[in-house]
Design a protein around this ligand. Structure first.
Ligand SMILES: [Fe+2]
Length: 191
């Protein structure tokens, strides 16, 4: 079996085994949240890398054993760090950077758009404080200089919108095609 089949199989297994758990304090499951985020990216004609990043941005929540309500207990699960450490073995940075920085992107948007914080869901507002709160001016500038800034912010906006109860989306297999494409792309670049 080649690495791209391996990792796609592992992602399928993670969502099958753990995707039914609720997404923090939201009213959708981890799988529904991931599918809705990927769907928003696909509907916006985003690249396979951005669609994959949207699908996988919260995979860190499936890689640890903390309870869903960890933020309510004052615990930051650093899921974006866990996700990045795992994904970076298989994916190009066009996938891993929007995942690694999706929490930073929330902090960025809360800092530069006054209405952004108000429209976040309550669990997202709770975790915002745990994750460090607003960025300093220097951090804002540094964030805006990232070469994938647009994609990073876009994935964050898909994340925020992907919390609609009972929304119909394509299934996981549909989006895993984009994931497989990104893995084989990374393999070709290395090879
Ligand atoms: Fe999310």
């Amino acid at each position: 079996m080649n690495p791209s089949q391996d990792v796609v199989g592992e992602i399928r297994r993670l969502f099958d085994q753990r995707g039914g758990s609720m997404y923090g304090g939201e009213s959708v499951t981890q799988l529904e949240h991931a599918l809705q985020a990927a769907s928003l990216a696909e509907n916006a004609a985003a690249s396979s890398a951005t669609i994959s990043a949207a699908l996988l941005h919260d995979i860190g929540h499936l890689l640890h054993d903390l309870d869903d309500d960890a933020p309510d207990k004052g615990v930051d699960d650093v899921h974006e760090v866990l996700a990045n450490e795992w994904l970076i073995k298989y994916f190009p940075r066009e996938v891993t950077e929007p995942v690694r920085l999706h929490v930073a992107a929330k902090r960025y948007l809360c800092t530069v758009e006054s209405e952004y914080y108000d429209q976040l869901s309550e669990p997202s507002q709770v975790s915002f404080k745990l994750q460090g709160g607003a960025l300093a001016d220097e951090e804002v500038k540094e964030f805006e200089q990232h070469d994938l800034f647009e994609q990073i912010v876009q994935v964050r906006r898909y994340d925020d919108e992907a919390k609609i109860v009972d929304l119909a989306t394509p299934d996981l297999e549909h989006f895993l095609q984009h994931v497989a494409e990104c893995v084989s792309c990374a393999e070709r670049a290395e090879g």
